[in-house]
Write a protein that binds this ligand. Structure first.
Ligand code: ADP
Ligand code: MG
Length: 684
């Protein structure tokens, strides 16, 4: 037996009795590497082995426990025949059958004419009860070990219940006493449990299956806190002091005066947030959250004007070539009457041009560089980089964000822009390290998008409508259902649709899907942008940010395959010009109640944040857009929907903390949830 110390649980599993190289390998497959992972690996159910059954009462197909006398041991010398031990109680007989077990071992655990306790799954074979490779066989004086409700864990090949139990009980039954980081008062008043009791109960009762149980809620609260603490620490690290930027806004004001529209109130507020932040001597680490079409780009360009005025260089990065190119075109137009030097750089920029650009970034001749992630290559150095803006950043996790902040250098402010609507509960967990500016209103000039739904079999009714649109020189998106994992299937369905539509409107239809190379995709998109094509059949490969001012009809097939938030983003591809736009959702027949509800929400609202909240309610956390896209699984136990109150509690708890996080108090918590490493990376 081992005495557990607090730090012990952060050691490798092979420190436990009975865990050798082979077993560690199997455990690793289940992501159990450290001893604490055993604590966090909760049982999903339990097996009741408490009752001793008489043989005549046995339940075929179930796991039963029996107390029987060993009556006959049979070890056939013929290969492939199993070893068989016949046992009995006063009500009947049972055969215990073993494949591949050694005779010596079996003779030891089945002493002739002695009573034994056996627990395993009951079969019935040739008119006889039988157990094959039972889970437990033990002598009577050890029966208490078996006669229990035994937790069931998700296991993998190579580890059976008995083996895992022998390992896990070394930990779960003797958890080290932890100095709880939550006070007793706090725990009590919020109906939680202290740490030790919580984990004890999670492994020894069925509370791990009850997400509302005190113990599970405590675990969830800890997980959320670990996440928030990490972000809050990241925030402190990033927001170091910098030289404040000074500018008069004269250029940006001139630009605003010349815009063909008035900035929305929201845009003005966000711009002011940013300006204040630029002028502060604390680095900016901010995200603009604004629905598709809310006008984030112009806000970023106006801030850029200010930073250039303050004599710093700026870098604006888009997620794809085409989107970056659009930003570049807009920047050229907007900065037309200034002396700003603006350049474009992507993976496709030719070598000579590239060399010149790199030189000019280094010697400071370029004020603004716009491009793809090619901008962040090591080789690229700036003379005086002061501002980095990243558009549509949903693919960045916390770690990448802090790396990004580091790249810019000490005086570099960082601004991210995202159109991925995040429900309120998730805001802190995803962006707790950043300041958040929200653009909440859309330009007034924007025409509403009419959203309709139609059963698929009535697709024919659309052709007239489509013809009319084409005649009026409008453009159309036709989005095909997709199964994300399968590029081939995507292609097949989009291709089929393309063939069909192309027959009806020859030479007017383009096709774009995930199977195309970047270059091919760009070519098709450019053709569509240049109005050489009227209809673009696509999977969801076209990113949301691109401006297609002339597209005013989007048809989405098999619309119930998509989440609400995603439908909303797809819909946002139209309605960017000044024409009235339509979004048609095609469904397979027989809409479910849920689908009807979803359509209703989309028809009623064009507020991405509202839709994200509803999406969360309807689909649950796991399917949330942005959550999936970010590729990071933020929580293992916490669910923003089911534990909303705990998210709120954790938020106020963290905000009210005066202690520094790197105080020892939270070490254990952060290590438990693998957050310590994120915090302990090099200084930024
Ligand atoms: P997003 O926030 O999705 O990136 P964009 O910045 O691409 O949105 O803006 C979408 C369109 O709206 C652009 O064509 C832009 O010129 C226009 N726009 C931006 N702000 C306004 C405004 N205040 N009034 C009218 N149109 C605007
Ligand atoms: Mg955009």
């Amino acid at each position: 037996m081992i005495l557990l110390k607090k730090d012990f649980i952060f050691q490798d599993v092979n420190k436990l009795d009975g865990v050798g190289q082979k077993l560690s390998k199997y455990l690793k497959k289940k992501k159990i590497e450290k001893i604490k992972d055993i604590i966090l690996n909760l049982p999903y159910s339990e097996t009741n082995r408490t009752r001793i059954f008489k043989i005549k009462e046995l339940e075929i197909g179930k796991i039963n426990t029996i107390k029987v006398k060993v009556k006959k041991l049979n070890f056939p010398r013929i290969r492939n025949l199993p070893n068989k031990i016949t046992c009995e109680d006063e009500t009947g007989k049972i055969d215990i059958v073993y494949f591949n077990s050694r005779e010596g071992y079996l003779r030891k655990i089945f002493p002739y004419d002695q009573w034994v306790i056996i627990s395993g799954k009951v079969n019935y074979f040739r008119n006889k009860y039988q157990m094959t490779n039972p889970d437990y066989v033990t002598e009577l004086n050890n029966q208490d070990y078996v006669l229990q409700n035994i937790p069931k864990y998700n296991l993998t090949k190579g580890i059976n219940e008995k083996k895992y139990r022998a390992i896990s009980e070394q930990v779960t039954k003797k958890l080290p006493k932890i100095n709880d980081w939550l006070s007793e008062d706090f725990v009590k008043s919020h109906n939680l449990l202290n740490w030790n009791e919580c984990f004890q109960r999670l492994h020894t009762t069925d509370e791990s299956k009850d997400i509302k149980s005190k113990s599970f809620r405590r675990l969830v609260f800890d997980e959320i806190c670990a996440n928030f603490l990490t972000l809050s620490e990241n925030r402190k690290r990033v927001k170091k002091t910098k030289v404040s930027k000074s500018f008069s806004e004269s250029t940006s004001k001139k630009i605003i005066a010349k815009l063909p529209f008035n900035l929305t109130q929201s845009q003005k507020i966000v711009l002011e947030d940013i300006n204040q932040n630029l002028r502060k001597n604390e680095r900016m680490f901010r995200i603009i959250q604004g629905d598709v079409g809310s006008g984030k780009t112009i806000v970023s360009l106006l801030s850029i004007a200010n930073v250039i005025e303050a004599k710093y260089q700026c870098a604006l990065m888009g997620p794809t070539e085409i989107l970056a190119q659009q930003h570049f075109d807009l920047a050229k137009k907007i900065f037309d009457n200034t002396n700003f030097v603006v350049e474009f750089l992507s993976g496709k920029t030719d070598t000579n041009k590239r060399k010149i650009i790199l030189d000019n970034l280094k010697n400071g001749k370029i004020d603004l560089i716009i491009g793809t992630h090619a901008l962040f290559q090591k080789k690229i150095t700036f003379k005086k980089l002061g501002f980095v803006i990243i558009d549509e950043q949903h693919k960045f996790g916390v770690k990448q964000r802090s790396e990004l902040a580091r790249k810019g250098g000490d005086n570099c402010d960082v601004l991210l822009m995202s159109a991925t609507p995040i429900p309120r509960t998730m805001m802190m967990s995803l962006y707790g390290d950043m300041d958040i500016s929200k653009i909440t209103e859309k330009p007034i000039s924007r025409k509403k998008i009419i959203t309709l739904s139609k059963p698929e079999k009535k697709t024919d009714e659309l052709w007239i409508f489509i013809k009319k649109q084409i005649k009026e020189d409008n453009q159309i998106f036709w989005v095909c259902p997709l199964i994300e994992e399968s590029k081939i299937l995507d292609y097949a369905s989009a291709k089929k649709k393309y063939d069909l539509i192309n027959k009806k409107f020859p030479n007017k239809v383009g096709l774009i899907h995930g199977g195309l190379s970047k270059e091919e995709k760009n070519n098709v998109l450019k053709k569509f942008l240049n109005k050489e094509l009227s209809i673009l059949v696509s999977t969801t490969v076209i990113e949301v940010g691109i401006d297609f001012p002339n597209a005013n009809l989007i048809i989405i097939e098999n619309a119930n395959k998509f989440g609400l938030a995603q439908l909303h983003q797809l819909r946002g591809r139209v309605g960017r010009g000044n024409k009235e736009s339509t979004c048609i959702l095609l469904f397979k027949e027989g809409l479910s109640k849920n689908s009807i509800k979803r359509i209703k929400i989309l028809k009623e609202s064009d507020d991405g944040f509202y839709i994200a909240e509803e999406d969360l309610k309807l689909r649950g956390f796991g399917d949330l857009l942005g959550y999936q896209q970010s590729g990071q699984k933020t929580f293992r136990y916490a669910d923003p929907l089911l534990h909303k109150d705990l998210f709120e509690l954790a938020e106020s708890f963290i905000l009210n903390q005066n202690e520094k996080i790197n105080e020892k108090k939270y070490d254990f918590l952060l290590k438990l949830f693998d957050k310590a490493e994120i915090i302990n990376t090099d200084e930024i």
